[in-house]
Design a protein around this ligand. Structure first.
Ligand code: UD1
Ligand code: MG
Length: 483
């Protein structure tokens, strides 16, 4: 790809930190927001700028972080920071064998809300002002924890002071360092070489280069962004949740502008990877995740989870959980159903209340309306599976298949013991345990014949309310059929 005008020669993303405050076994930057890792969000936005070279500093959890970086940005150069001696140290390593000159963009791997448009504006401002160093800043309602921007009486940046090092009067400043910078590479190289770990953490702070560049007569500027929410960094789980909610609102907003009806955007969570057609309606407390796609005029929710599910136009999925499956046009699912991996629900088909289906093809217009388990089956079109039917697919060791033809009527409470097949147009009698194939057009009956033991209640349960009711209905104690 050719480098676009205004693209930085180099971009460095810092992602080596321990993320101690997350208190997690998972590296901080690999936590998820809206279906993508924090780092994926950052790299995606940075890549949109088309930098000449992308370097990602990895360290803590490198075994997991490095392959993830390669997946998202195959051309990125990982830089290994074995010891986390601070953001300044991370940048020293990233510059060590770098031959490029020009402008470098530096940002942290833990600010997933930053948009490439904002970064572009920042680059333009930096270039227009001919700065040696620019830092993107924001005014936060609660600046606690961030580095503060100290300006002089002319309003020019003097230094960045970390919260840990800040005296009380500096803590009162609400303009913070977002951790996004642009530097002239040569000036940065000479400044980071001079960094000292003379702070409470004993680390090299990248933030100290600003004062150094100023002292050397370089032009440095703090550029205030107008949307502080974009610059929020994630250091702990509460910030993870806060950023996730902002990302959720952004995603929902886009869908609504595109014509999707979202009844309650505050309880609707849609991953950034999901596609929804106009005129779909999403009811509250639903989660649409992974590679899910939703067609026009379909109804999703309330309380529905779709994970990697394709829902065709005009379908409805209500109060249900569906994973790795296909729901055909006009099909109906739920309430309270569970469609597992490999379910293919045909056009106009139905998986009604309390139905579990896995690895099965349900033909066009076929209905599984109530309380059934369908596993490893192939069902033709126009068939009806009676209430409480169970596809007995597991013999305790292996799974077996069931094949059902077109226009079949399976009676309620049928056990279909696989492997078994039911021919086109066949019926099964309610309550049957079907162990043998039923040919086309036949009625499969597999249950014992009914007998009535007359007068039993009056003889064996005399004095009960049932006996009284039976007596009132004219029953007597005799086991003989009356005339
Ligand atoms: C940093 C800034 C702070 C700013 C804030 C914005 C410094 C000293 N402070 O603080 O001024 O307000 O970001 O979010 O820079 N990292 C490494 N190697 C290290 C240490 C950190 O790669 O040795 C990476 C981390 O993975 C992270 C980023 O650098 O992605 C920032 O580190 P973090 O520890 O989160 O710094 P903050 O305390 O947030
Ligand atoms: Mg941080």
């Amino acid at each position: 790809m050719s480098k676009s005008l205004g693209a930085p020669e180099v971009a460095i993303v810092l992602a080596a930190g321990e993320g101690t405050r997350m208190k997690s076994q998972t590296p901080k930057v690999l936590h998820f927001i809206s279906g993508k890792t924090i780092l994926d969000h950052v790299l995606t936005q940075v890549n949109k700028l088309n930098p000449g070279e992308l370097r990602v500093v990895v360290g803590a959890g490198r075994e997991a972080v490095e392959p993830h970086v390669k997946q998202i940005a195959p051309s990125a150069v990982p830089i290994f920071q074995a010891e986390r001696n601070g953001t300044g140290h991370a940048v020293q390593l990233a510059l060590a064998d770098l031959s490029a000159s020009g402008t470098v963009l530096i940002c942290a791997g833990d600010t997933p809300l930053l948009r490439s448009e904002t970064l572009s504006e920042f680059i333009t401002a930096h270039k227009e002002a001919k700065n040696i160093a620019s830092v993107l800043t924001a005014e936060l309602p609660d600046p606690t924890g961030y580095g503060r921007i100290v300006r002089d009486e002319k309003g020019e940046i003097v230094a960045i002071v970390e919260e840990r090092e800040a005296p009380e009067e500096i803590k009162l400043i609400d303009e913070i360092n977002t951790g996004v910078y642009l530097f002239d590479i040569a000036s940065l190289r000479s400044s980071v070489a001079k960094l000292k770990a003379d702070n409470s953490q004993g680390e090299l702070y990248l933030t100290d280069v600003i004062a150094d560049i100023k002292a050397a007569g370089g032009k440095a500027a703090a550029i205030l962004s107008n949307d502080y929410s974009e610059t929020l960094g994630i250091n702990d789980r509460s910030q993870l949740a806060e950023c996730a909610a902002i990302m959720r609102d952004r995603i929902n907003y886009e869908h609504m502008l595109n014509g999707v009806e979202i009844i309650d955007p505050t309880t609707t969570w849609i991953d950034s990877t999901v596609k929804i057609a106009a005129d779909a309606t999403i009811f509250p407390e639903s989660w649409l995740a992974g590679t899910t796609t939703v067609g026009a005029n379909s109804i999703i929710g309330p309380r529905t989870t779709l994970m990697n599910v394709n829902v065709a136009a005009g379908a409805s999925v209500i109060e249900s959980n569906c994973v790795d499956c296909e729901i055909g046009a006009g099909a109906k699912v739920g309430p309270y159903s569970y469609l597992r991996a490999g379910t293919l629900l045909g056009e106009g088909a139905k998986a009604g209340a309390y139905v579990e289906i896995k690895n099965s093809k349900i033909g066009e217009g076929t209905k599984v309306p109530h309380l059934s388990y369908v596993g490893d089956a192939e069902i033709g079109s126009g068939s009806n599976i009676g209430a409480a039917t169970v596809f007995v697919n597991y013999d305790g060791v292996e799974k077996h298949k069931t094949k059902i033809g077109n226009e079949v009527r399976i009676g309620s409470d049928t056990m279909l013991v696989a492997p078994v097949s039911i021919g086109d147009g066949a019926y099964t009698a309610a309550g049957s345990v079907i162990t043998d194939d039923v040919p086309a057009g036949a009625m499969g009956v597999a249950r014992s014949k009914q007998r009535n033991i007359l007068g039993w209640v009056l003889r064996k349960r005399s004095g009960t309310k049932s006996a009284q009711a039976a007596k009132a209905a004219g029953a007597n104690e005799s086991s003989e059929q009356g005339s």
